[in-house]
Design a binder for this molecule. Structure first.
Ligand code: MRU
Length: 341
């Protein structure tokens, strides 16, 4: 399995996902600013993977500041943690993991001990995520029947996690259990995570996959066969409202209209226990440039404005179930999420 991130010799090695699938370019990150830019510019992306990258970022910061006095060492890492938190606002993994790392640094006494603890922590985050993906795949596979037509969105596979993925992980498991899944995936404009990353991953595993324009979705639901929708999540509120890649809410509305079950696949680390509903989830608005780069550069300096949200919130009431590493959570979410996680 390709690894989208590694921590080796006090450096973070990533695959620059902006260049996939045309070129597989490895980039070595040896300072915090470069890591911040890699996350912000989506060289490395996907909620769980951003969290893993941030955890390795704290290891890198610990190494870079290791010659300082104990207090300076700790303060410098805490500053880097604060900086990394500002890279992207929506995925909860980044904040949960950096908050835990912050605690290790604050409560640790000596630099030697903190640096060892932080490496152990980051490695565990990475392994735990891989294990959770396997279990999500196991539970999700129970929903898949032979020759099912599955619609998914964005990229939730090996380029988004520390393992086989969440929604894509389920598809991999169903392929392994010889169920012959047939996958439909929106391009995921403007950065094309669906077309560039998911279709690439699936084709590597010889899984039948159709790339569709994002705005062909209703047509596909209407004229083709879609049996189930499974997508990932960046943050889930305690009532089941789910932030995921822009376009997910449209898919859920289509699924409801066409009577197709709509599932979220995400580990329990994606729930935000501090928020009751999705209204409180911050939505990342991205640069205009991502839009006009697609093919209308001529508008760059015109009076036309752009709106470029990276995520939307699908209301819990449109979600049939949330597939986690502990099993599938069904409505009523207000009650069942708390009991489950
Ligand atoms: O902007 P991205 O590419 O980081 O968005 C990724 C998604 O929306 C994924 O669906 C989500 O992070 C889940 S990945 C297992």
């Amino acid at each position: 399995m390709i690894s989208p991130i590694k921590y080796h010799n006090n450096k973070i090695i990533i695959i620059d996902q902006r260049k996939l699938p045309n070129k597989r370019v490895y980039e070595t990150i040896s300072d915090i600013k470069s890591l911040y830019n890699a996350i912000k510019n989506l060289k490395i992306r996907g909620a769980p993977l951003i969290g893993i990258a941030a955890a390795y970022g704290v290891c890198l910061s610990s190494y870079l500041n290791s010659k300082k006095s104990n207090d300076d060492y700790k303060n410098s890492i805490l500053m880097d943690i604060g900086f990394l938190k500002s890279s992207r606002p929506t995925a909860i993994n980044l904040f949960n993991i950096l908050n835990k790392a912050e605690k290790i640094v604050k409560t640790g006494k000596l630099q030697q001990e903190i640096s060892i603890d932080i490496i152990k922590f980051a490695k565990r985050i990475h392994t735990d995520d891989s294990n959770m993906c396997e279990k999500i795949g196991f539970y999700g596979d129970k929903l898949i029947k032979n020759d099912m037509h599955i619609l998914t969105h964005c990229n939730t596979g090996i380029f988004a996690t520390g393992g086989i993925g969440t929604a894509l992980g389920i598809i991999y498991k169903s392929k392994l259990s010889n169920k012959n899944p047939i996958v439909y995936i929106g391009e995921t404009r403007p950065l094309l995570q669906g077309a560039r990353l998911s279709a690439y991953e699936l084709s590597q595993e010889s899984i039948v996959c159709f790339i569709i324009p994002d705005n062909a979705r209703t047509y596909i639901f209407d004229k083709y066969r879609i049996d189930i929708v499974i997508v990932g999540a960046d943050r889930i509120a305690m009532n089941g409202d789910t932030a995921n890649k822009i376009g997910t809410f449209d898919i859920a509305i289509n699924a409801k209209y066409f009577n197709v079950p709509f599932y979220i696949a995400a580990s329990s680390t994606t729930f935000d226990r501090s928020i009751a509903t999705g209204i409180e989830i911050p939505i990342e608005m991205r640069d205009d440039e991502e839009l006009y780069k697609i093919g209308y550069q001529g508008l760059k300096n015109s009076k036309v404005d752009f709106i470029n949200p990276a995520f939307d919130i699908t209301p819990g009431e449109l979600i049939n179930g949330i597939i986690t590493e502990k099993g599938i959570i069904y409505p009523p979410y207000e009650k069942n999420i708390t009991n489950f996680i």
